[in-house]
Write a protein that binds this ligand. Structure first.
Ligand SMILES: Cc1ncc(COP(=O)(O)O)c(C=O)c1O
Length: 378
């Protein structure tokens, strides 16, 4: 539609509209110019692994040995290594429904399964310790949670992470925590300057992280995992077989990502995202969407659209066709009341968000009237 000249407002895209901070890009270019174009070790550049360990120390007050940091092609690469290392055919990976859809697909690659647990707003759409107790089965190997989460932006508190970790340990399983939206946190007070990490309460948890979102480096394809020391050799072997090494220029670029200047830029961006979130949180309920869980992180609002539809896919398709506003249907994220939910990503300028809200305000009354008429006809 865009290629045909339609003005499409992109509220469906899960990547920030900010480009990579300049200093980071320059560091990547300098590395290329200096001929740093060969492979790195499969686990990544030792100096970058050290920088990441230093980041955990200075920002989160958590001690992590650099030897436990594994660099990967995006958090996706980390998920690939982990699922390959830990899941066997028939195993289950416990996940909240709704959740990031690729997680269960990674499990399927290794003939394991996502074990989807319905998670409503009463539990912030997140797995709880009670879910672990109630649903753990002999074939369940690990529980994977995300904080902040996609599609809901819901953040787990330190206490909730601790309880999850203890519940999983009682079952003899593993807790994997996807912290890819770390740093994109809007809660005041409790979390100073960014989402907490599970490592502050559970040193044996597996962490997935990435330069994609907070650092604005989606296209560079660089992420990392922090894993217990015992897992490092198998991840090393798997990385050598599956992709040899993460991207070299991306790793040199990322070396510049933790400087005070870059951090200041990222903080400005976080504040811009915060303003956008607050705008949507006031505008969407006025349109008739319900947002029972305030997103405290990431850049998504997961809205209950049950007053309009129970078929989120056709709702989103019709909205796109008739107004040029693109949002993501809940069915992309699972089954649980997925037809009644939609995700708005605030990855575009506030003027565009306002334009989108205006288009929705014009369109929704006619949509509601049509839907009522159709029900009457049936
Ligand atoms: C929750 C979550 N995990 C992992 C990823 C993968 O990101 P990447 O491979 O770019 O690090 C995404 C991307 O949207 C995501 O939302």
């Amino acid at each position: 539609m865009q290629a045909e000249g339609r003005d499409i407002i992109h509220l469906e895209v899960g990547e920030p509209d900010f480009s990579t901070p300049e200093q980071v890009t320059e560091a990547g270019i300098a590395a290329l110019r200096a001929g740093k174009t060969g492979y790195t070790p499969a686990l990544g550049l030792p100096e970058l692994r050290e920088k990441i360990a230093g980041y955990y120390r200075s920002r989160f007050d958590v001690e992590v040995s650099p030897s436990r940091v594994v660099l990967t092609p995006g958090a996706s690469g980390a998920l690939l290594l982990l699922t390959a290392a830990r899941l066997n055919p028939g195993d289950q990976l416990m996940l909240a429904d709704p959740g990031y859809p690729c997680n269960r697909h990674f499990a399927r690659v290794f003939e394991a399964h996502g074990q989807l647990i319905a998670a409503g707003p009463d539990q912030k759409y997140q797995l709880t310790a009670a879910d672990i107790e109630a649903h753990w089965q002999p074939s369940t190997r690990a529980a994977l949670v995300a904080s902040p989460a996609n599609p809901t932006g819901a953040v787990l508190s330190t206490d909730e992470l601790l309880q999850l970790s203890q519940a999983v340990s009682r079952q003899g399983g593993e807790l994997w925590v996807d912290e890819i939206y770390q740093g994109l946190n809007f809660a005041e007070g409790e979390v100073k300057g960014g989402a907490e990490t599970v490592l502050s309460v559970a040193d044996d948890a597996v962490v997935l992280n990435s330069f994609s979102k907070f650092f604005g480096m989606t296209g560079w394809r660089l992420g990392w995992a922090v894993v217990p020391e015992s897992l490092v050799p198998v991840l090393d072997t798997l990385a050598q077989n599956l992709f040899l090494a993460p991207s070299t220029p991306a790793q040199y670029a990322a070396m510049a990502a933790f400087s005070p200047e870059v951090m200041a830029t990222l903080e400005e961006r976080r504040q811009i995202l915060h303003e956008r979130r607050d705008y949507l949180l006031s505008a969407l309920p006025e349109l008739g969407f319900k947002v029972p869980v305030v997103p405290e992180g990431a850049f998504y609002v997961y809205a209950d659209a049950s007053d309009f539809t129970d078929d989120s896919l056709s709702f989103c398709a019709q909205l796109l066709r008739e107004t040029g506003v693109a949002i993501t249907p809940g069915v992309d994220f699972g089954d649980h009341r997925a037809g009644e939910h939609v995700r708005f990503a605030f990855t575009t300028r506030i003027e565009r968000l306002k334009e989108a809200v205006g288009r929705l305000a014009d369109w929704l009354p006619a949509y509601v009237a049509d839907a009522a008429q159709n029900r009457g006809d049936k």
